[in-house]
Ligand binder design. Structure first.
Ligand SMILES: [Ca+2]
Ligand SMILES: [Ca+2]
Length: 97
């Protein structure tokens, strides 16, 4: 593979992606906008994930996560973990018997 050709194609592709107004030149603003867009996408994804987590914790749906709600989730997780461990233990015991 021709490295120069690959680099040219890569640059052309980059220009195509970054050149928002299509004048063939990539201005600093276009690069900054592209970065800002990516940062915003990432921030949106994080906010969405945080929202999902909050929904999971907010049992009474009042939009706030109280200490009791956090404790309820923690207890549920502890319960699940205990069940999982018990399941593995009894499986091992069953196989030994
Ligand atoms: Ca441009
Ligand atoms: Ca709540």
């Amino acid at each position: 593979m021709d490295i120069k050709q690959t680099a040219d194609e890569f640059l052309a592709k980059g220009t195509e992606i970054l050149d928002a107004n299509g004048d063939g030149n990539v201005e600093a603003k276009e690069v900054l906008d592209a970065i800002a867009g990516r940062v915003k996408e990432t921030a949106d994804a994080v906010a969405e994930a945080a929202g999902e987590v909050k929904k999971g914790f907010d049992a009474d749906g009042d939009g706030a996560v109280s200490g009791e709600e956090v404790k309820a989730v923690a207890d549920a997780l502890k319960e699940k973990a205990t069940q999982a461990v018990d399941g593995v233990v009894s499986k091992i015991k069953g196989e030994q018997a």
